[in-house]
Design a protein around this ligand. Structure first.
Ligand SMILES: [Zn+2]
Length: 478
């Protein structure tokens, strides 16, 4: 009975859009600048200063709406959300409230039970507040550089039923936003922020009491915080108590949530239409133009990689998890004859190296075309996989030239006549293994290959050796 409590999770997400300038003024939108250097009367909230909407921010938000299949509203409106706080110099935040830029839409995620659509409720454009910095001595410093940076607010329906699903959703969202180049979504820089709603549903009940969870500063925090909150609510409900509707803060050091405010303390923001901004009108032609600029998105890319290059789905998924990596693969695939070998090589040899050295593919020294050519020596049987691996490692770690090492290796590769001679010798010396093979113990082939490789001191291609051995010994008796 108790185990039937089902978590119901919805997310509210804020994404900083990477425009050149802020949402309502010409101040630079730049992270990490000297505090209070990108400020003006508009973003400092001086009386009489007038906001002018940044069209680039609207364009980026619309791209997201299009990519997530949302309904874009031809006419939306800005509102003033009134509250007092030092990080909000005007005394109100300009946001979109009920007349949203877009509603609906979804993101499809892969769960243990198959594909699932997480529906979106709405997308709004709004402005960022200033950044408060709390010092060790109890002072609060304010950096107004952040004041007025464009945000895209996105609210999902409560379609997620586990912390895993919430994390998967966020990973997918981040990937799409990076593909669209609307935000880097670096959570440490606050470019992506997440609040979660969580309730537990009893069988037959429509919805449980909702708790809002704040201060989730990483995907791990989202996952851990939700898990913790599920356990806390479960204990209350199983003990016969009731969950209170409230906002709780996740403390990632103490691994607990604590009350921030209960429902009675909720603000009345006295929303009203922003008189200094006209309604936001989006034209059909604008939407059509934007549609043309949308890049291929991760799901489409994955499917295309599988069909066009005939590679496995898992390989294709890893390659499409990063747009730059996917581009690298495709450039190399123009040259490489064996696409599976290429995909595998990138996933194992290159990603292994990049992860180990904390590098991105943009910083990788070997050009895609060069890699393609290099791997053709392997697919044509001129270079064994292991030799290729050695050369590759030497190139990366000793900064030697791939071309030079390759030439060196090719000149020392064994000739077919010499290989033939060695194979004949090994077969002659190991008659009993040959007999075993012919009697059906095909496993001994590995031993024979090993002996040949040893004789050639690793200069031969194991695949080629296997082929020759098999043709010489013939098929096992059945
Ligand atoms: Zn400004």
């Amino acid at each position: 009975m108790e185990n039937k409590l089902e978590p119901v999770i919805g997310l509210e997400i804020h994404i900083q859009l990477n425009t050149e300038t802020k949402l309502f003024c010409k101040c630079k939108n730049e992270y990490g600048a000297t505090p209070n250097t990108h400020i003006c009367p508009v973003c400092l909230g001086y009386p009489g200063a007038l906001p002018v909407l940044n069209e680039e921010a609207v364009r980026l938000a619309l791209k997201v709406a299009l990519a997530l299949h949302a309904d874009i509203h031809k006419l939306s409106r800005f509102y003033r959300k009134n509250y007092f706080y030092p990080d909000l110099p005007k005394g109100y935040q300009i946001t979109q409230y009920t007349e949203s830029l877009a509603t609906g839409g979804y993101i499809e995620i892969e769960t243990s039970k198959g594909y699932k659509r997480i529906r979106l409720e709405r997308m709004n454009i709004e402005e960022e507040a200033a950044k408060s910095i709390h010092t060790d001595t109890g002072e609060v410093l304010l950096d107004y550089n952040r004041s007025g940076i464009p945000l895209l607010e996105m609210v999902t329906l409560p379609d997620m039923n586990s912390p895993e699903e919430a994390r998967t959703f966020l990973e997918k969202l981040r990937l799409i936003l990076r593909y669209l180049e609307v935000s880097e979504c670096d959570m440490e820089k606050g470019e992506l922020r997440v609040d979660a709603n969580i309730s537990l549903r009893k069988p037959g009940e429509k919805l449980g009491v909702k708790v809002e969870l704040k201060n989730l500063n990483s995907f791990k925090s989202v996952y851990d915080g939700l898990n913790h909150e599920i356990e806390r609510q479960k204990k209350i409900l199983q003990g016969g108590g009731t969950v209170i509707q409230e906002t709780r803060l996740w403390d990632e050091y103490k691994k607990e949530t604590r009350t921030m405010r209960v429902k009675e303390e909720a603000h009345d923001y006295r929303y009203f239409p922003e008189p200094d901004l006209p309604p936001l009108v989006v034209r059909d032609t604008e939407i059509e133009e934007l549609k043309k600029t949308l890049p291929e998105l991760p799901d489409e890319k994955l499917k295309r990689f599988v069909s066009q290059y005939n590679i496995g789905k898992d390989q294709a998924r890893i390659l499409s998890l990063n747009k730059n990596l996917a581009d690298y693969f495709e450039r190399a695939a123009q040259v490489a004859e064996d696409k599976r070998l290429l995909a595998n090589w990138i996933n194992v040899e290159i990603l292994g190296y990049l992860n180990e050295n904390n590098l991105g593919i943009q910083e990788f020294r070997i050009h895609a075309e060069e890699l393609g050519e290099f791997l053709n020596y392997v697919s044509r049987g001129k270079l064994s996989y292991n030799m290729a691996k050695d050369i590759f490692k030497k190139t990366l770690y000793n900064e030697e030239s791939l071309k030079h090492l390759l030439e060196e290796a090719l000149s020392s590769t064994i000739s077919s006549q010499e290989l033939e001679k060695i194979i004949n010798k090994v077969l002659e010396e190991n008659q009993e293994l040959v007999e075993k093979f012919r009697n059906g113990k095909t496993g001994v082939l590995g031993a024979l290959i090993g002996k040949v490789m040893k004789e050639t001191r690793g200069r031969a291609d194991a695949r080629k050796v296997k082929e020759i051995l098999e043709s010489k010994i013939g098929s096992p008796k059945t």
